[in-house]
Design a protein around this ligand. Structure first.
Ligand SMILES: *Cc1c(COP(=O)(O)O)cnc(C)c1O
Length: 442
């Protein structure tokens, strides 16, 4: 048995893969990856694949950026871990200061950083902070507390129970519905908007809810400008601005889940910057640690932080074993240095235009619609089937794999989120290969 077959046999016998049916695991998805660099992963037979998903959207600077690997190794030799509570360390302190420096700027200041492990925990932390903040500081008229969250239909904020509670209840999560605190969530049920008119209707409905029942709500949770897992669905910056204003009028905190959109994915450092909006809580993960290791942070304003003053009885009693892990902090610091020194954000505009134009070109194929893009996110629709049944996306996936491209569709949606610094020649090659793969299936 060669090494590839040995690994695959062990995997099929013992690994439980995420988001994968047991039948599919037993017979399909037979890639064994042994290396990765830039936009490419390399399999056990030495074949290279352009990873259009950037490993679930986290490779903002490409796989194995040498500076990030070096920062990780150096930190591992110096101090791989220590608990962050009774003591602090340079990477945690320096990264917090740096994140505050690059955070969205405007009418309020994100000045505090709470560390955790992944996007879901960054959201859990934001939900718990918003809720506790309201219980301690903002009892509404008549003594009824602000014990609800407002959220979007079609939202995705992670797979832990709290994060699922403020997300769409769909094929993936419906079995857990009785466990979710859904009675505490408004707005998230119903069909996710796709057209501009549908987004407008949703925004008006949320504004209305904030105006009439805002005093029962502690926070509005939003994926700013693009719902990623829902199929790369974009909405206008103006809507986010309106919701910021409506939250302020109602005394409701705005939680911006920038786990996907942060770190330049939409062309600016944070998606809410397109709208000139500063949230009260901002969640970041994925790109934060350059795709090297699990790491996350939740940023909070001065005002939110001050709401926890007053001894242990009012403190935020939450943490994780690896909160503020020095390896994650050191790598994130190096990501931010690379953004600055390699002028990643200034240089992304041209690549974004090439990516968007490449997806626009796919519209000429039969069955392709809604070509769209913002920054280094682009997508098309292939139809309107349900995620679990429609296999057109998977057919394109297989055709692309044969051409050396990894796609992994979101149901009927084909998308790409390449590294922000992807080589322009490789980007053009990928767009041609994608075009040919769709032609194969059409
Ligand atoms: C991926 C994602 C999450 C969850 O992050 P994990 O690291 O997978 O837990 C939360 N919110 C958004 C918007 C995401 O895209």
């Amino acid at each position: 048995m060669n090494d590839r077959d040995r690994i695959l046999a062990l995997d099929r016998a013992h690994v439980w893969r995420p988001f994968t049916s047991l039948e599919r695991h037993a017979t399909g998805d037979d890639l064994v990856i042994t290396g990765a660099e830039g936009a490419f992963v390399i399999d056990a037979d030495g074949r290279r694949y352009f990873d259009a998903t950037s490993a679930w959207w986290c490779q903002v600077l490409g796989y194995a950026h040498p500076r990030l690997v070096a920062a990780l190794c150096a930190q591992a030799e110096m101090l791989p871990h220590v608990a962050l509570a009774a003591a602090t360390h340079a990477p945690a302190a320096e990264l917090a200061a740096k994140l505050v420096e690059v955070a969205p700027k405007g009418d309020r200041r994100l000045s505090r950083v709470f560390y955790s492990d992944d996007g879901s925990t960054a959201v859990e932390v934001a939900l718990k902070i918003a809720y506790q903040h309201a219980q301690q500081n903002a009892p509404s008229k008549g003594g009824a507390k602000r014990q609800r969250f407002l959220a979007f239909p079609g939202a995705y904020h992670g797979d832990t129970v709290g994060a699922m509670s403020v997300g769409a209840v769909d094929d993936f999560t419906s079995v857990f519905r009785p466990l979710l605190f859904r009675d505490r969530v408004r707005g998230a049920d119903g069909t996710a908007p796709r057209t501009e008119a549908e987004w407008e209707t949703l925004c008006a409905r949320l504004e209305e809810h904030l105006a009439t029942e805002g005093d029962t709500v502690c926070a509005l949770v939003v994926e700013p400008l693009v719902q990623g897992a829902n199929g790369m669905r974009f909405f206008g910056a103006e809507l986010l601005r309106r919701l910021r204003d409506a939250c302020d009028r109602a005394g409701v905190l705005l939680v911006s889940d920038e786990v996907f959109t942060g770190f330049g994915r939409t062309g600016t450092m944070w998606a809410c910057e397109h709208a000139g909006v500063v949230p009260d809580l901002l969640c970041t993960a994925k790109g934060l640690s350059g795709g090297l290791l699990p790491f996350a942070a939740t940023l909070a304003t001065d005002a939110v932080y001050e709401g926890f003053r007053g001894g242990m009885g009012r403190a935020f009693l939450h943490g994780h074993t690896f909160t503020g892990n020095p390896l994650g902090c050191a790598v994130a610091l190096e990501v931010l240095r690379i953004f600055e020194e390699e002028r990643v954000l200034e240089r992304v505009a041209r690549r974004a235009e090439v990516l968007r134009a490449g997806f626009e070109r796919l519209s000429r194929h039969a069955g392709v619609s809604n070509a769209r893009g913002l920054g280094m996110v682009a997508a098309i629709d292939l139809g309107r089937g349900s995620y679990l049944e429609d296999d057109r996306g998977w057919k394109v996936h297989e055709a692309a794999k044969a051409r050396g491209v990894l796609l992994r569709p979101l149901g009927d949606v084909i998308y790409a989120v390449p590294p922000l610094n992807v080589d322009e020649g490789e980007l053009a090659w990928f767009l041609d290969a994608l075009d040919a793969s769709i032609a194969d299936v059409s």
